[in-house]
Design a protein around this ligand. Structure first.
Ligand SMILES: Nc1ncnc2c1ncn2[C@@H]1O[C@H](COP(=O)(O)OP(=O)(O)OP(=O)(O)O)[C@@H](O)[C@H]1O
Length: 199
């Protein structure tokens, strides 16, 4: 469970929020605070006050995978294989285990044929799939996705939803403008001017 208490972070003012495990769709108008919430949950920004606890620990003490709205910003390595391997290599996993896990996540997201490509040559949608595979490679407890579907055709976005659901990641917080993804999500959060409504 994700527990948010007395959170003040930029535009966000959330007295109390609990998010059970599953896929949580976050929607709201432009500027409502979706990205700010995702960044706070991921530990990328520290709140001015309040606490966030993810399955018993703060965000910066657990494995979190992030995919930003702009895929070019989160691809660091030249070649796709190295990009997906990076969180595992940073965690000093054995090379054989890294190779096996890269093959597994690439297969899951249908990007095995891209493994030897240079990231800069990929389409926006391909970059997004590589970003999701990279974010999930190290088995995060939380995956935050900032509008990944805005780069994907509806069919690929729909498939991505079920592949992420099957990944076993306990918490997925997904900012989206897609009605279909919102309808399929386990929980829905609607943000309006930094205030949150949960359904
Ligand atoms: N670093 C920052 N400094 C000052 N204001 C910020 C900063 N980051 C975000 N904001 C402001 O906080 C508000 C919420 O921004 P945020 O990016 O979280 O909204 P959003 O719901 O993700 O919007 P969009 O759908 O347009 O991407 C906006 O008014 C934005 O201008």
């Amino acid at each position: 469970m994700i527990s948010v208490t007395s959170l003040r972070c930029g535009i966000l003012d959330i007295p109390h929020l609990t998010i059970p495990q599953g896929i949580t769709a976050v929607t709201g108008d432009n500027g409502a605070g979706k990205t700010t919430l995702l960044r706070a949950l991921a530990g990328m920004v520290l709140p001015e006050s309040g606490t966030i606890i993810i399955d018993g620990v703060p965000p910066r003490e657990c494995e979190v995978g992030c995919v930003s709205e702009f895929p070019d910003r989160h691809l660091i390595f030249s070649v796709v294989h190295d990009e997906i391997a990076s969180p595992l290599r940073f965690a000093y996993r054995e090379p054989a285990a890294v190779a096996a896990r890269v093959a597994e996540v690439a297969g899951r997201f249908g990007i095995t044929h891209l493994l030897n490509r240079e990231c800069r040559t990929l389409s926006g949608g391909e970059k997004m799939l590589v970003g999701v595979a990279t974010a999930l490679a190290a088995d995060p407890v939380l995956l935050v996705l900032d509008e990944p579907d805005s780069h994907l055709d509806p069919e690929t976005a729909g498939e991505l939803f079920w592949k992420i659901r099957d990944s076993g990641c306990p918490h997925v917080v997904w900012s989206t403008h897609s009605r279909r993804i919102r309808e399929n999500a386990d929980q829905k959060l609607v943000l309006a001017h930094g205030l949150v409504e949960q359904t």
